[in-house]
Design a protein around this ligand. Structure first.
Ligand code: NAD
Length: 365
């Protein structure tokens, strides 16, 4: 029997609620194919601060190191907001885990089903068939990780700086992820930069042009300045297919894409590492795009779809089980199409809870 060994880090707020049912869906989808789940759970985020004194304890890192992938919930909440910024769950857990596992590529599907166009702030006539794009964001370089400094100047003024740094090799490896994604889709890549102002962007654009010409000449590559890309995302998101960009631009653009695609409860994401796992696929961390939703946590009403779709991405990228991933995605789509909805995507239709939503998805697998 094939075994899938992964770490489960539910985190805080709605994390444990949506994780529980996502595991039920995963089990129901893999069992008929003779595949067993071998997962180990560990604390991360606020609950890890409470139980172990650190947002990312050594014991949790060990559980992840022993696994082939990480299924992550979300971290943070009001209880830990008074901690110093560097100790807060998001900063003290998410950034270090990305760094520790060299998770350099973040893929976010910007997927809005036709049945849910009401969830988007865009007018339905702009997105009559919903939205289907992908944002590929570089995750371990750029201004978030470059040298930082704060100093008091001779005249008493205070100056702070963050430095944006990129190597050609870092740009090439994220382009590889975008190329793979574009090859499985329409073959179009839009590389987003600010090459009219930033030196790193000049290198980014040159590298993208040369690398694609040498390695994927069949793909259609375009370039766009980030300010224009932000406008185009709000005007006509479907003009994009695969977007590829550096860390900070991707942070902002992928959040914009998230809101354009409607409920956070539907949006999954994958962060892929440089190392292959024991299945010969990239080690990765898979998580919903939203946070811990403290306003609805504990009520059993959170939308589990983002967590379930993140589990599907794990099957696809870290275990090479594309067919089962597609089965899960189709079941989620059919459930929504059948007007079975949690509150965040109900729009006047009757709303059901987290567990009932997951059960409906399992029935449609
Ligand atoms: P949030 O994403 O938690 O919530 C924003 C809104 O979206 C809320 O109204 C919430 O109810 C709704 N929402 C989100 N996911 C939902 C779901 N699955 N089903 C139904 N509705 C859903 O963002 P926030 O309120 O800004 O942050 C809350 C906490 O989460 C903060 O502590 C923040 O630091 C943390 N956070 C963590 C991550 C992460 O772990 N990756 C990401 C973002 C925010």
């Amino acid at each position: 029997m094939q075994m899938l060994k992964f770490a489960v880090l539910p985190g805080d707020g709605i994390g444990p609620e949506v994780m529980d049912v996502a595991l039920d869906v995963l089990k129901a989808a893999t069992e008929p194919a003779g595949i067993a789940l071998d997962f180990q759970s560990a604390d991360v985020g606020g609950i890890a601060i409470d139980n172990h004194g650190a947002a990312l304890p050594e014991s949790t890192i060990k559980v992840c190191e022993d696994a082939d992938a990480i299924l992550f919930g979300s971290v943070g909440g009001p209880k830990w907001e008074s901690l110093p910024p560097a100790e807060q769950p998001e900063r003290a857990a998410l950034l270090p885990i990305r760094k520790h596992f060299s998770l350099f590529a973040n893929l976010r599907p910007g997927l809005l089903f036709k049945e849910l166009t009401d969830a988007s702030p865009l007018k339905t006539e702009r997105i009559p068939d919903g939205i289907d794009i992908v944002c590929v964001r570089e995750l371990t370089g750029g201004i978030y990780f470059g040298p930082k400094d704060t100093q008091t100047l001779d005249d008493g003024d205070v100056q702070a700086s963050d430095t944006m740094v990129y190597k050609r090799s870092e740009i090439e490896r994220i382009l590889d992820v975008a190329i793979a994604s574009a090859r499985s889709r329409s073959g179009k890549i839009c590389s987003v930069d600010k090459a009219n102002v930033l030196t790193t962007s000049v290198l980014w654009r040159k590298t993208a042009t040369e690398y694609l010409a040498a390695n994927a000449p069949e793909l259609e590559l375009s370039h766009m300045y980030v300010d224009n890309a932000a406008m185009q995302m709000a005007r006509d998101p479907n003009q994009f297919d695969v977007l590829v960009t550096e860390n900070m631009f991707g942070d902002i653009l992928s959040d914009e894409m998230g809101i354009v695609c409607g409920s956070l409860g539907m949006l999954s994401s994958a962060s892929l590492g440089t190392q292959n796992n024991s299945h010969g696929h990239p080690f990765g961390l898979y998580e919903p795009s939203g946070g811990t939703a403290p306003d609805i946590a504990g009520q059993g009403i959170a939308n589990p779809c983002a967590q379930i779709l993140s589990a599907a991405l794990m099957l696809r990228y870290s275990f090479g089980l594309n067919e089962i991933a597609e089965t899960i995605e189709a079941a989620v789509k059919q459930t929504v199409k059948d007007d079975i909805r949690t509150g965040d995507i109900a729009f006047g239709k009757p709303a059901i809870g987290t567990q009932a939503m997951a059960q409906a998805i399992i029935e449609r697998l």
